[in-house]
Ligand binder design. Structure first.
Ligand code: TNX
Length: 527
């Protein structure tokens, strides 16, 4: 009896090893429900993708999946409405992000009432395949998928990240690479911080010197760069294929030296040679055109913040902002335009409020909703506008009290440019050292007093780039912490725990390795 018991458990262990379980696929973010079946389904040379339903993008989602599956497997994966063992079934035509994924002995079925939901089901399917599915060339192996069922839906509607392309310019190719990684983590907003003291990175046809001059350098004095409007459209389209919406930011009235260096006439007329505004600027200035003798400020390649400002009393400032907002919103299909508003330390408080309110009106005139860093909540926000909490709890509260929503980006938890510890080769630590467990162990609905689920639009993980020079640097700071942010944004609170997350990460680490994402191997995880 003993002998047969031992044999039984040996066999069980062996079969367990042979047949992977859905619940052990290392899914990130963790789905709402996973039920394991027994056995697997294997993809083969005759596999194909069957579409059911009708919508504009259904074929595109099928082709997206096929393109992901073809290189490593070498199979054809025809996409059709006739036949195929991987079925993508669209049962409605709404904007649902929920999906169900079922794997049986006969194949795989993903269904959703919305295109976005189908897309997220596709991302989950890729994660339950062996990590080598992400290889760009033919792999000689079998493609087993564990049987079972997943039901999934996101906790927050806004699940984002931000790239600061101003401090160091980030190429279109690197932005696309980042978008691919975001899509795998079911993130749906990429905020591009397009302008700052050190650089102006988006072509504005009616103010061409912004990029000619303002785009010509970056932190450390390198050559900088900028996106033409065509480049930007390419990023928007690439993101949209991945159900990611671009949120463009023009940071103002502070963080504007690159514009002030490009156009003398935007300056109030009092400058010091180092580009910093004189303290005289703190007293109300007479900006009347004939007497002022504005000079362009100097380009800036350092990393200090809070010393530049647009001239809020100057009417030309608003003509300028109007052109910039018009040109950018014309090529931005998403609902949001980010107006910055942070660290305007040399703008008079009443001028700041006047400026923010006027700029909100301009954004609204062009049909977009403003997002601003939390300081904007000291002004009167238009209904529906969003305050992005990064530092000041009282500002988050001001937004809430006005009936506006908060986007949660607490620097101490979710700033991807914070160093992991004192030995991290790049990054800053003004907010905190943020190890992976710290990045994971916080609860957005309990973080800022008085701000609960109904006040929160979502979560965003910003990557500031004062110390970030290339793709390798981006990857090192963003991963694995972006996965922590994604799980906090997607997975409900009761399903989240550090132990589960850290046990699922090695599988994700393998996916990153296969794709050349040189992530930080946090000592908190047994990779
Ligand atoms: C603060 S966070 C800033 C940025 C810096 C960042 C560095 C925020 C709204 N402003 O200008 O790049 O710290 O961590």
């Amino acid at each position: 009896v003993l002998w047969s018991l031992a044999l039984g458990s040996l066999l069980a262990m062996a079969s367990c090893k042979e047949s992977p379980k859905l619940s052990q696929s290392g899914l990130l973010p963790l789905p709402q429900e996973i039920s394991d079946g027994s056995g697997t389904y294997e993809l083969g040379a005759s596999s194909g993708i069957k579409l059911t339903g009708s919508s504009e993008r259904l074929t595109g989602i099928g082709e997206f999946l096929a393109e992901k599956l073809r290189p490593a497997t070498g199979f054809d994966f025809p996409v059709s409405f006739d036949a195929g063992d991987i079925e993508l079934e669209l049962t409605g035509n709404d904007d649902s992000e929920s999906y169900e994924l079922t794997v049986t002995a006969d194949g795989v079925k993903i269904s959703s009432t919305g295109e976005a939901g189908l897309f997220y089901g596709v991302q989950t399917l890729l994660q339950i395949l062996p990590a080598e599915i992400y290889q760009a060339n033919l792999q000689n192996q079998s493609w087993m998928i564990p049987q079972g069922m997943i039901k999934d839906s996101p906790e927050f509607e806004y699940r984002g990240s931000m790239l600061d392309v101003a401090r160091h310019f980030i190429s279109v190719a690197d932005v696309k690479f980042y978008l691919d990684q975001m899509a795998q983590l079911k993130l749906n907003y990429l905020h591009l911080h397009l302008t700052d003291d050190q650089g102006w990175r988006i072509e504005i046809k009616s103010w061409p010197k912004l990029t000619e001059i303002g785009g010509s350098t970056q932190v450390g004095g390198g050559k900088g760069g900028f996106y033409t409007q065509e480049d930007y459209k390419e990023i928007v389209a690439y993101a949209a294929e991945r159900f990611i919406t671009i949120v463009p930011e023009v940071d103002m009235p502070g963080h504007t030296n690159s514009a002030l260096a490009s156009y003398a006439e935007l300056n109030p007329g009092v400058n010091l040679p180092n580009g910093k505004l004189d303290s005289v600027n703190k007293a109300p200035l007479d900006y009347s055109m004939p007497t002022r003798n504005p000079q362009a400020s100097e380009l800036y390649t350092g990393i200090e913040v809070g010393w530049s400002t647009f001239a809020p009393k100057l009417e030309l400032t608003y003509a300028f902002v109007d052109s910039v907002v018009r040109e950018i919103t014309e090529i931005t299909p998403g609902p949001y335009f980010h107006i910055g508003g942070d660290e305007s330390h040399v703008t008079e408080k009443e001028d700041y409020i006047y400026f923010v309110e006027r700029v909100q009106d301009i954004v609204s005139k062009y049909g977009k909703t403003s997002i601003g860093w939390d300081e904007v909540a000291t002004a009167k926000l238009l209904p529906g506008n969003v305050a992005q909490f990064w530092a000041k709890e009282e500002n988050a509260k001001l937004a809430k009290d006005q009936g506006n929503k908060v986007l949660m980006s607490p620097a101490k938890k979710i700033y991807l440019d914070m160093q992991y510890d004192s030995t991290t080769r790049i990054g800053l630590h003004w907010a905190a050292y943020v190890e992976l467990d710290s990045a994971y162990l916080w609860e957005p609905t309990e973080y800022a007093p008085g701000i609960s689920k109904e006040h929160i639009l979502g979560i965003e993980a910003p990557l500031w780039t004062e110390t970030v020079v290339n793709r390798e640097d981006i990857n090192y700071l963003a991963f694995p912490r972006l996965a922590a942010a994604a799980e906090i944004a997607w997975t409900s609170k009761d399903r989240r725990n550090w132990e589960g997350f850290s046990k699922r990460l090695p599988a994700q680490g393998k996916r990153w390795d296969v794709q050349g994402v040189g992530f930080y191997r946090s000592p908190k995880v047994t990779w």
